[in-house]
Design a protein around this ligand. Structure first.
Ligand code: KIV
Ligand code: ZN
Length: 529
């Protein structure tokens, strides 16, 4: 079945761009293993399309898109490309092994972008769009075209470019509100008018891609659906350039909760929402605000006495959704120190991690260490441990051991040993302002990398004094940003491990930057909005 057949009158396709637009959020740098893990979870969530990356931008991006194409089955796997032959070649080579590959190509149609960014003309944009779609179509059937910054562009011109793309074989036309400028009534009217101006739109899937600069991304996406769009581009937890993209969980739960009135449905498996949100937050280091709709810690909590009283009498008095619908009951799994390997394997399987052999042994070892320190090991703890276990395989540097001498009378002193990328043990010491500061500087001394801390956060995975601590670090080393996360019941250990991972990611990125600059355009415009 083609995408346009799938997007029937009342079926909305969910196009997830967490790994592309989402990954462009400042400070996020996922490695291939982490992207694969998220892509597998997106497949379990039942999204229709995974936009896996922008392959021309770096060898790392190319490798991740290729790995996802080869191993994730179910969703269409899309790769982004500007309207340049080299971008389209890279996108095709990255997705060619997918069961259902898509090339998504874009060029701006607003005069602001044409004049200042592309330094080109409308005629040239038409020519580039025509050539790019034809080139992409020579590789794959499924081609998406986006007129970037469409909401600030001349509508007649945008319609003309869209019609050209359709004539060349585009199967999806996506209308981005690139800078989050439009308003719902305006966007709805714009799309309705586009249908009149570009009659070919009736034969393809119309898609919406809205940014949240004015907090309207979900409202605008919904307005687009009212005008006839049947694909929504969105990201888990609403991550993305600047203020982010439309939040996947919000648009899915809007369509689900108000299905009787709206009459549209998605293929999303809603009970996977909470777990997907936690995984994305953990791997990106982007915390979810407590009052975030659908996935915030308080989204289903009732604080005021009147509300609690009402919910106890009848849940629907103050709840429009059931927490189990989005998978928030996941914490029901509880293991303890007497639980065996088999019980762990079963609990992990319920959480979507199928482990056996050596990976199960490694997970069991960490579980036992945790169960010795913590009475009850919950599903959230297991998820955190598993995500952490997976990260260990990919770091360039790994923490070996550390000592900290701390006192309220003397500045703390730390000595840290780190295994380098080729396995040597590197040792460094530092006397800092606090124990965490001393450890971080000692890691710099050991690795000989002058990293500068940009963000440091500590969260508890679950409640209680024995809770696992989860740390997140963002740092900068020689112009590259790296993020790292880690969990442990010992906060200092979690901080040290997160810092070492962030540093490894920054160093890895430094290696990738010169190659990205070799591409056909300056590095700064390789990152699409
Ligand atoms: O916001 C935007 O315009 C984009 C395009 C590349 C679709 O992300
Ligand atoms: Zn975007």
């Amino acid at each position: 079945m083609t995408q346009s057949e799938e997007a029937t009158d009342n079926r909305v396709l969910i196009f997830d761009t967490t790994l592309r637009d989402g990954e462009q959020s400042p400070g996020i740098s996922l490695n291939t293993q982490e992207k694969l893990e998220i892509a597998q979870q997106l497949a379990r969530l039942g999204v229709d399309v995974i936009e896996a990356g922008f392959p021309i931008t770096s060898p790392g991006d190319f490798e991740a898109v290729q790995a996802i194409s080869r191993t994730v089955h179910g969703p269409v796997i899309a790769a982004l490309a500007r309207c340049h032959a080299a971008d389209i070649d890279a996108a095709f080579n990255a997705v060619r092994d997918a069961d259902r590959p898509r090339i998504h190509t874009f060029i701006s149609t607003s005069d602001i972008h044409i004049r200042h960014q592309l330094q080109s003309t409308r005629e040239d944009v038409k020519g580039q769009a025509r050539a790019a779609v034809a080139h992409a179509k020579s590789y794959v059937d499924d081609v998406e075209f986006s007129p970037m910054d469409a909401t600030r562009a001349d509508l007649e011109f945008t319609a003309e470019v869209c019609q050209i793309a359709i004539d060349e074989g585009a199967t999806t036309i996506n209308i981005p509100d690139t800078v989050g400028y439009t308003m719902p009534h305006e966007y709805e009217a714009m799309l309705r008018r586009l249908y009149e101006l570009a009659p070919g739109l009736r034969g393809v899937v119309l898609s919406v891609h809205c940014h949240d600069d004015l907090g309207l991304a979900v409202a605008n996406s919904f307005a687009g659906l009212r005008a006839g769009a049947r694909q929504v581009e969105c990201a888990v937890n609403g991550i993305g350039e600047r203020a982010g993209n439309a939040s996947l969980e919000e648009i899915v739960m809007l369509l689900h909760t108000r299905a009787a009135d709206i009459g549209l449905r998605t293929g999303a498996v809603t009970r996977e929402i909470a777990r997907t949100s936690r995984m994305v937050s953990r791997l990106t280091g982007y915390a979810v605000q407590p009052n975030k709709a659908i996935v915030g810690r308080n989204a289903f909590a009732h604080e005021s006495g009147i509300h609690q009283d009402g919910v106890l009498k009848e849940r629907t008095t103050y709840e429009i959704m059931d927490a189990t619908t989005v998978g928030l009951e996941a914490n029901s799994i509880v293991l303890g120190k007497h639980s065996g390997r088999h019980a762990l394997a079963q609990a992990l399987s319920q959480l979507g991690f199928e482990l056996e052999g050596q990976p199960l042994n490694a997970a069991f070892k960490r579980f036992k260490e945790l169960a010795d320190r913590k009475k009850q090991v919950t599903a959230m703890d297991l998820e955190a441990l598993m995500t952490d276990e997976m990260r260990q395989e990919v770091a360039g540097y790994t923490l070996s051991w550390f000592d900290v001498e701390a006192s309220s009378r003397r500045p703390p002193h730390a000595t840290v040993a780190v295994h380098g990328p080729d396995g040597d043990e590197l040792v460094g010491s530092f006397t800092g302002d606090g124990p965490v500061d001393a450890i971080f500087h000692a890691i710099n001394a050991a690795t000989n990398v002058e990293a500068r801390l940009r963000e440091f956060r500590v969260d508890a995975v679950t409640g209680g004094q024995d809770a696992l601590g989860e740390t997140s670090v963002v740092l900068e080393a020689a112009g590259a940003t790296g993020a790292g996360q880690a969990v442990s019941t010992d906060i200092l250990e979690a901080a040290a491990r997160a810092y070492v991972r962030a540093l490894s990611n920054a160093v890895r990125r430094q290696g990738a930057l010169p190659e990205a600059a070799d591409a056909t355009a300056p590095a700064e415009i390789l990152r699409a909005p």
